[in-house]
Design a protein around this ligand. Sequence first.
Ligand SMILES: [Zn+2]
Ligand SMILES: [Zn+2]
Ligand SMILES: [Zn+2]
Length: 109
Amino acid sequence: MMNSDSEENVAKLRNPPSGLSGRFRRAGCSHLDQVHDVTPSAQGCEECLKIGDEWVHLRLCLTCGHVGCCDDSKNKHATRHFRTTGHPIIASLEPGEEWLWCYVDEVPI
Ligand SMILES: [Zn+2]
Ligand SMILES: [Zn+2]
Ligand SMILES: [Zn+2]
């Protein structure tokens, strides 16, 4: 018997949204294969919530779904997440902001 659910998932992974691959190509970033369909891991910066600290803006890791705070926040957990895991692509979690950022190529996407 064929399992149509898992077939759909494979097709999804092999064909990321066409708009997204164009954006990565134009940005000169080759890390689209690190981008997955992730669910944000928390309602706020994971680490700041743990230590009861505050953040300015939130960033979402598109490889694993980690939520961290931006470089304007004193803890800079999103950047720290990249340094410890090597996950290169983040998205802004701010309402209305659609940009992505590649830490490796240091380009907006
Ligand atoms: Zn890149
Ligand atoms: Zn934080
Ligand atoms: Zn990550």
